[in-house]
Design a protein around this ligand. Structure first.
Ligand code: PLP
Length: 350
């Protein structure tokens, strides 16, 4: 089976959060396959590389003295951010307030951490801070903003969300897992330099062109991470703050390689090309009478109002949207104009 199996051909993938790893990320991943940053005493080189990765993410996100680590993905980073907030707070009944479009990893985080997740309705697909404020009380430990939502690619008003968190004595967490590698080239106020953000998720293995698994958790100060540390009796290091134990050195090395190769010029070029493609696709779909949302970042959500059939799927269409609504979304990190032309031609054919 394995001999014959072909991995997904990215030439036909339009709606994935992940993209094709940069060639140097691919090479670095292979070189560091047998390393484990979870055991930094033994695997010193990859542990040093992880510091480089966090420094690079800090530069991207306006964090002068970055703290954090390369996680297995955005889910782990979001869980850990809420864990920090819960562990620091002085309440037996903690809750987290987030906009309704927060990624489903927050639902998992809330279940794992035994924290109540309160979601506020959005206004025009963006967090409604008035609705969020109504959900905040003395037991709120974290207020979440999304900088690049999974379904619409919209950016929440992060400074206002940070103010809500500050007023409530809660932490502010920004989920830029997907948007973080596009946002430095936009005018959005989203990062540590713009607002009182405490923690952030930003994933090199999405738009950053690193190999999976390479998520990113960042914290404004090292001390915030202290709330995650557990003792590690059998390792040379004395404590560990990650959620998983053994971790992928391949992910860490590839994140460093991708960021060294692409930050900032390569990522800027990717953003401009992807945005151009997204605007082109949005125009094409609008011209055909479809309702289109965005693009604010390079993501087009459209109501195509057609059932996804096996035939359409075989012709290369993939559908990915909120269950039960007719939304089709297109991520365009690696997507070329010719891929989009052929997608639009398929729609016309249909
Ligand atoms: N946050 C956002 C905004 C996402 O879009 C995603 C995944 O698409 C995640 C978190 C979860 O990331 P992962 O799938 O790497 O765990």
């Amino acid at each position: 089976m394995l001999q014959r199996a072909e991995p997904q051909d990215f030439e036909r993938v339009l709606s994935s959060m992940c993209t094709v790893p940069h060639p140097s990320a691919r090479k670095a991943a292979e070189r560091f396959l047998a390393t484990n940053p979870g055991d930094p005493g033994t695997y010193e080189t990859v542990a040093d590389l992880e510091d480089d990765a966090v420094d690079a993410l800090g530069e991207l996100t306006g964090l002068a003295e970055p703290a954090g680590y390369i996680a297995s993905g955005g889910t782990e980073a979001n869980i850990q951010a809420l864990r920090i907030a819960r562990n620091r707070a002085d309440t037996d009944d903690p809750n987290v307030v987030a906009p309704v479009h927060a990624h489903f990893s927050f639902t998992k985080a809330a279940a794992v951490l035994d924290v109540e997740l309160r979601t506020a309705p959005a206004r025009n697909h963006r967090a409604d801070t008035e609705a969020m404020a109504e959900l905040i009380d003395d037991d709120t430990v974290c207020v979440v903003g999304v900088a690049g939502s999974t379904e619409y690619g919209f950016v929440d008003p992060i400074p206002a969300i940070a103010d809500l968190a500050g007023d409530a004595g809660a932490l502010c967490h920004v989920d830029a897992a997907w948007g973080g590698f596009y946002l430095p080239f936009t005018d959005h106020d989203w990062h540590f330099g713009h607002a009182a953000v405490d923690t952030m998720t930003i994933d090199p293995h999405k738009v950053g062109q690193a190999a999976v698994p390479a998520g990113g958790l960042l914290a404004r100060e090292e001390t915030l991470l202290d709330d995650l540390a557990v003792e590690t009796p059998y390792l040379e290091s004395t404590s560990q703050l990650t959620l998983t134990g053994t971790r992928s050195g391949a992910g860490v090395a590839s994140a460093v390689a991708a960021m060294e190769a692409l930050w900032p010029a390569g990522y800027r070029e990717q953003y401009e090309r992807s945005m151009d493609n997204a605007e082109w696709l949005a125009d094409q779909l609008s011209a055909r009478g479809h309702d289109v949302v965005g693009p604010e970042l390079p993501l087009v959500a459209a109501d195509l109002s057609i059932p996804m059939t096996d035939e359409l799927r075989e012709r290369g269409c993939s559908r990915s949207g909120r269950l039960g609504d007719p939304t089709m979304k297109k991520m365009v990190a690696h997507v070329t104009r010719s891929m989009l032309r052929s997608f639009v031609a398929d729609l016309d054919w249909y």
